[in-house]
Structure formats: structure tokens, C-alpha cells
Ligand binder design. Structure first.
Ligand SMILES: [Zn+2]
Length: 119
């Protein structure tokens, strides 16, 4: 059952070069049992966001969420999540990995076979 939040979720969206907006977005849901929902406390701007903001690379066709490097508090976890629990303070890099595949075990987690990007 999706959790209901007292406040609507907001996100920073990049619409095009120099056009950043802070808007309400749909509440998050656990879409995969390996997911977690984190209430963001602070986020930063990644260099990859600046490429679009500065017009160095083509703007996304749809508004793109930015601020994918953040810290926050875990609100909810999927059924298969065992290393974090609601209430934990977490640091999120710009990608997710499983830490079990060959690439992760040899220290190349950015090449994880289950690699996931968010933002
Ligand atoms: Zn992996």
C-alpha cells in the first residue's frame, strides 16, 4: 500500500538551458522490492546536470529531475532491502549497485551488472 505523506513531494526540474524550476511531483512509491524511499535533507548539483543547464549537451525532451547526489532519511524500504531501515540517515551517490556481482566484488561498482541510475 502506498504511503501517504503530509506534504506533497517537490523536485528540482530542469526544463532547458538556464530554466530550473522547483515543483510538486507525484509521491514516490516502492516500484521494486529493492527500492527505498528517502526524504532528502540536502542535495547538490552534479556536473552532469550543469551540461544540460549550460546548454553544452541537448536539453532533455521531458523535464529532468536534478540533484541526484544527496543525503536523507529513509522513510520506507522494499521487501528485499536489508541493509537500511526507516529512520536511517543515508548518503546517496549518483548510482546504485548490488555489491554482489563480479564487478562490484572487484571494486568496480560503477560497472555493476545491476546498475541503476536515478535523478
Ligand atoms: Zn554489482
Amino acid at each position: 500500500m502506498p504511503r501517504r505523506y503530509a506534504e506533497r513531494m517537490r523536485a528540482t526540474l530542469l526544463y532547458g538551458p538556464g530554466d530550473v524550476r522547483w515543483e510538486e511531483v507525484p509521491d514516490p512509491v516502492i516500484a521494486d522490492p529493492r527500492n527505498a524511499i528517502v526524504r532528502v535533507v540536502a542535495a547538490c548539483v552534479c556536473g552532469s546536470d550543469l551540461w544540460h543547464y549550460r546548454g553544452v549537451t541537448p536539453a532533455p525532451s521531458e523535464p529532468k529531475r536534478i540533484g541526484h547526489e544527496f543525503v536523507g532519511i529513509v522513510e520506507e524500504v522494499g521487501a528485499d532491502v536489508s541493509r537500511v531501515k526507516p529512520g536511517d540517515f543515508v548518503i546517496a551517490p549518483f548510482y546504485d549497485c548490488d555489491m554482489t556481482c563480479d564487478n562490484c566484488r572487484y571494486g568496480f561498482s560503477t560497472s555493476c551488472r545491476e546498475l541503476c541510475w536515478w535523478g
